[in-house]
Design a protein around this ligand. Sequence first.
Ligand SMILES: [Zn+2]
Length: 122
Amino acid sequence: MEVPRDALSQREVLRLQFARGLLLALGQAAEDKGGLKLRVAAKLPIRQGAEANSFGNSYDHDGAGRTLHIRYSRLQGVGDLLVLLCHAVAHIRLGSGFGSNVPSDRRPGFQAEFRRCLKQAG
Ligand SMILES: [Zn+2]
């Protein structure tokens, strides 16, 4: 379900590069240094608990595989991408991936961490 890089338009590749730069700015390690792998997915896997995350339909964080899949349709705007990645990094910082540990945007501390990420990204 992964969208290969050569299937992306030049603009989409640029947005993906922007996304990688943003992850670095948010303090995530580079992919070749063991950091998060950023991939584009045509469709996301259905996971229990995704509905507790307001962006659960936009990205999927596989903590074990250290991979962040972004839904292809979310690659169409830089603003959306920024908010989405800040949201994902806030969850990652708080240590709540999908799966057994259900992320909730209402969890104490989440909104503060999300705002911190947005400030750092700006
Ligand atoms: Zn969320």
